[in-house]
Design a protein around this ligand. Structure first.
Ligand code: NAD
Length: 453
């Protein structure tokens, strides 16, 4: 039997997963409640920036293997395997994750199912969610008199990185699948794992490790990975706070640390810290869940990780103030507003937060990001969004490099000199060669370095 796959929720994760499932050879139906998104995807227009995805999307709309809908009846009729990739944002005013979207997606699906199905959660959720949803599915099916159907639930957390989402989905570092029990004699477990081994046959045959486990481990692997990455970034940024006082070179420190193969160089880049739609909300949700289950002490270190991260943003605002004397009326060029390069995602972006705070302190802020301007303008329309680094730098008293896009990394002082009013730059990502700038009379400041050094 050929497998039909639905992907419920077609945002960054879901649109990528749906398209890549078509690339793996399956017939795929993407489902979302957002009609505009579905219309756009159906026309082959990706509503966000992700390298290589638009080409694949159009390829599989043309091949007929990929379609999109808002209709759960159609989804339930079509799918043998239903991936759930809806959002799990931070609840407003709380640290916990908002599970309304995941709950609603699973509920809608269970209400419409008329044939055997495997439901596979991919969203990042607090531990305990899969087991709770499993009970919800059972009770909805029982209420509908459909308990004769074979319906199982597995959790298969997603580890893709925006900017490399296609590569990460087609050739992941590992696949993790959790089911209700770990017992091989559990036939539902064997059925679920068997179906997912078929879905992922290509990456598995290419050697991707597969970890088959229980719900709790699968849910925790994802948040543990994000907690680890966030901790690594805050670790080097904590040392930045020290080197900014005592001197030293944070980049050399990170390089030297990174040569230790037990540590590794990745995620040791000192700068304005982490942001985006995952790391910040995931470490907060993990703490909230740990509190609920009586393990608050275990995750308390994440409060520090979060605070170190947010202090980096304060630091840039203070440095701007120190350099300019007064922010009111100063002209500031902000280069980069997405939370990382190769993405247009500005959710919890340190760059946008800093730009907005400078504006609120009275500065005139011009922003240029190769992809992020549109999303940033939707969230914070009062900044002056322009379409080049030159335009942002026009008459600037201070330039801030806040997202390390390649075009900014390649930039030299001569590129901006004809435009700026004052030769001042803060390198918030530690990607520029400071000497090149100071040699030409710029005041250059990189995060993690003592001012004037
Ligand atoms: P997103 O906000 O881009 O997309 C979520 C989509 O779900 C939206 O299009 C929304 O309209 C849709 N949706 C909401 N309720 C729905 C419902 N009941 N039925 C159908 N569709 C519905 O979010 P995202 O960044 O794709 O993240 C989704 C999940 O994946 C989150 O749990 C996130 O933590 C996790 N995740 C994201 C990434 C990433 O890089 N973005 C990586 C790994 C894991």
């Amino acid at each position: 039997m050929d497998l039909n796959i639905t992907v419920i929720g077609t945002g960054y994760l879901g649109a990528t997963h749906a398209t890549c499932m078509a690339e793996l050879g399956f017939n795929v139906l993407g489902v979302d409640v957002d009609q505009d998104k579905i219309d756009s995807l159906s026309r082959g227009v990706l509503p966000f920036h992700e390298p290589h995805l638009p080409e694949l999307l159009r390829k599989h709309l043309a091949s007929g293997r990929l379609r999109f809908t808002t209709d759960y009846t159609e989804a339930a009729e079509f799918g043998d395997v239903h991936f759930i990739g809806v959002g799990t944002p931070q609840k407003p005013g709380e640290h916990a994750a908002d599970l309304t979207y995941v709950d609603d997606a699973v509920l809608q699906l269970a209400r419409h199912l008329r044939k055997d199905a495997l439901i596979v959660g991919k969203s990042t959720v607090p531990v305990g969610t899969a087991r709770r949803l499993r009970a919800v599915v059972d009770s909805v099916l029982a209420e509908r008199g459909m308990d004769g159907l074979k319906v199982a639930l597995a959790w298969n957390p997603e580890f893709l990185r925006e900017g490399r989402a296609v590569e990460d989905t087609l050739t992941p570092d590992r696949l993790v699948v959790g089911t209700g029990t770990n017992r091989p004699e559990d036939t539902e477990r064997e059925w679920a794992h068997g179906l997912l081994r078929r879905v992922y046959a290509k990456p598995l045959s290419a050697g991707t490790p597969l970890i088959e486990t229980d719900y709790e481990t699968a849910e925790l692997v994802k948040v543990a990975a994000n907690a680890f990455l966030a901790t690594k970034i805050s670790f080097i940024n904590a040392f930045s706070e020290v080197t900014e006082i005592v001197g030293g070179d944070i980049r050399t420190l990170a390089d030297a640390l990174g040569h230790d193969t037990r540590i590794g160089r990745k995620f040791l880049n000192a700068g304005v810290g982490f942001g985006g739609g995952c790391l910040p909300k995931d470490i907060r949700a993990l703490q909230a869940r740990a509190n609920e289950v009586g393990a608050s002490a275990a995750m308390r270190f994440l409060t520090e990780v979060d605070e170190i991260n947010l202090r980096r943003r304060d630091r840039v605002v203070h440095l701007a103030e120190e350099h300019l004397g007064i922010l009111d009326g100063a002209r500031i060029a902000v280069l980069g507003v997405s939370f990382k390069p190769e993405s247009d995602d500005v959710r919890d972006s340190p760059a946008l937060d800093i730009a907005a705070r400078l504006y609120s302190s009275g500065a005139e802020v011009s922003v240029y990001d190769p992809q992020g301007n549109r999303n940033a303008a939707a969230r914070f329309p009062r900044l002056n969004y322009v379409d080049s680094a030159h335009a942002a730098a026009a008459e600037a008293d201070l330039v801030l490099l806040l997202t390390e896009w390649d075009e900014f990394k390649r930039m030299g002082p001569q590129d901006l000199e004809p435009y700026v009013r004052e030769r001042r730059i803060i390198d918030g990502r530690n990607v520029l060669d400071g000497e090149k700038w100071t040699d030409r009379g710029w005041t250059f400041q990189a995060l993690g370095h003592r001012p004037g050094v």
